[in-house]
Design a protein around this ligand. Structure first.
Ligand code: G
Ligand code: G
Ligand code: MN
Ligand code: NA
Length: 255
């Protein structure tokens, strides 16, 4: 079993790395953003996926230093890609509710780090889930607002799977909705899912929110979403999550 001390050791010994999954502009097919997805190369267990250690990191509070590392690493990487390929490239980073609820999270340190890299905070998107909005308190709301006021963008992840009402769309000014892949995977054979995706896209656009469809695995799904006016796509149809070096190659080819 994975123990807390393995996690702590992993952090000390830099056993974590970020993979990146392209997010493409639906109309052009170009890779304009990417989502950072953490991996852990544990010396004994080998590659461990986030589903198997993020919960432990959250319970133990280690998600705070781990999240800080993720954010720093992503900020450095997006700086490099913006310099070499496209000045508008953006990285999307998952942020755990536990991180934002922690009193140890220091937003001004995050912002200082961004400033030192000389990129605008809008080069980064924070992905939060509806779970965040359920568990949030005044302090965590203020942290989100502080980061947003500085320019960091906000995406609502796994959209449609949570329990909260649409009121969070009013509470924060959300920049992107990510349609959960459970609404995308049957698009080619389920007209209700088509209607749901269309409705989400129309609603989002009326609220000045852009839409990312997750889990796009076939051309047919892509075509339906494009037709519905979806802005961005993410999924195996375009590209699986890859290493930084592999994404660099992809960006080079698209240049
Ligand atoms: O990468 P994978 O393909 O296994 O991701 C599974 C889930 O793990 C994602 O849906 C996401 O919620 C979570 N996850 C991945 N990377 C990160 C990360 O950097 N931070 C946090 N908090 N969660 C992550
Ligand atoms: O943060 P979030 O929960 O949305 O994380 C995205 C997860 O979805 C990652 O675990 C990633 O590996 C996975 N994923 C990305 N593209 C696809 C896809 O096309 N199909 C499926 N089934 N999973 C995907
Ligand atoms: Mn995500
Ligand atoms: Na998601």
């Amino acid at each position: 079993r994975l123990m807390l001390r393995d996690l702590q050791k992993g952090l000390d010994k830099q056993e974590f790395l970020l993979y990146y999954q392209p997010i493409v502009a639906m109309q052009t097919g170009r890779t304009v953003k990417a989502e950072a997805l953490i991996r852990w190369d544990q010396p004994v267990r080998g590659r461990v996926n986030p589903g198997d250690f993020i919960p432990l990191a959250e319970e133990s509070g280690l998600i705070v230093p781990l999240g800080e590392w993720i954010f720093k690493e992503a900020a450095q990487q997006v700086t490099a890609w913006r310099k070499s390929f496209s000045p508008d490239f953006v990285l999307s980073v998952n942020v755990s509710p536990v991180q934002l609820l922690s009193t140890e999270l220091d937003c001004s340190a995050w912002l200082k780090n961004i400033k030192a890299l000389e990129i605008p905070p809008s080069a980064l998107i924070m992905e939060i889930t509806e779970r965040m909005l359920l568990e949030s308190d005044k302090a965590s709301d203020e942290k989100i607002t502080e980061l947003q006021a500085a320019g960091v963008q906000l995406a609502l992840d796994d959209f449609g799977t949570g329990y909260s009402s649409l009121s969070y769309l009013k509470r924060f000014s959300i920049d992107y909705i990510k349609i959960d892949r459970s609404f995308v995977c049957n698009l080619h054979r389920d007209s209700e899912d088509v209607a749901l995706c269309q409705a989400i896209i129309v609603m989002a656009h009326q609220l000045d929110i852009q839409v990312v469809a997750e889990g796009v695995e076939t051309q047919e799904q892509h075509n339906i979403l494009l037709e519905a006016g979806c802005d961005f796509g993410q999924g195996y149809w375009y590209c699986k999550p890859v290493t930084a070096a592999e994404l660099t190659q992809r960006l080079q080819k698209e240049c």
